[in-house]
Design a protein around this ligand. Sequence first.
Ligand code: GTP
Ligand code: MG
Length: 259
Amino acid sequence: MENDYFKMILLRETISPHISEETVEIEQLTNFRELMLAYNAAIRAVTTKLEILNDELSHHDKKNPIQVIKSRVKEPASIVRKLQKMDKDITTTAIVSSLNDVAGVRVVVAFIDDIYTVADMLVKQDDVTLIDAKDYVKNPKSNGYRSYHMIIAVPIFFSDRKQSVKVEVQIRTVAMDFWASLEYQLKYKENLKDSNSIEIELKECAETIARTDLKMLEIKNKIEGNKLPRKKHRLYVIKDRTKKKKRNDTHNLQIHEMR
Ligand code: GTP
Ligand code: MG
């Protein structure tokens, strides 16, 4: 509640240099608060779907493909900045129609093939609508950025209506995530000395990471190919049931606030 109040104030402050106080009607602020509620609910819905998939995949011997789930709702100031950059009005209607990344969920997985397993399983669910997908794993950005991006919509049920809410989902490996968090810092450093050579070094790192990701997948597949025959393996699982169950529990899944 306090947080919502803070958001309302922040929105009013962000807008006030450009629009008169009367224009920022209380109705708009109420709509804004309700909209943020819907985006928060959508994040919870998508996160739960991912946790369930992770549990299920673990049962199928995939060993918790999801390592971390991070999420964030875009800050009001950042929403306003983006709308202004797009030359749009600062209204809740414009937020809904023009912004796809107000709700963001980042999924960090172990291996490259997990990216596609998780993406497929998520969009196959009949209440998930795929709006757009960008495969920066197969087609990396020129700086070396790799990740699988999707814009999806999920239904959120309120007391009197159902609302379809967009969520940006980014899926990447641990190594890609490590790279992206360092590269992200470069964007926000102004007047950085040697920024060109840093860009080149980062690009080299991205290539090394991509090769390592592929090699790790290859090794994993070899290890899995060399596993004991299914029957003996099943015996092992039954014997060691309690230990194994604990290790695969969702409680071990890290859920973080995204920066
Ligand atoms: P935005 O206007 O930034 O949302 O870009 P877009 O609509 O073209 O979408 P895109 O899928 O390219 O990027 C969306 C998000 O992915 C960004 O907000 C970042 O979180 C992440 N991202 C995209 N490119 C890069 C990159 O080069 N480096 C890093 N670190 N993150 C990136
Ligand atoms: Mg964005």
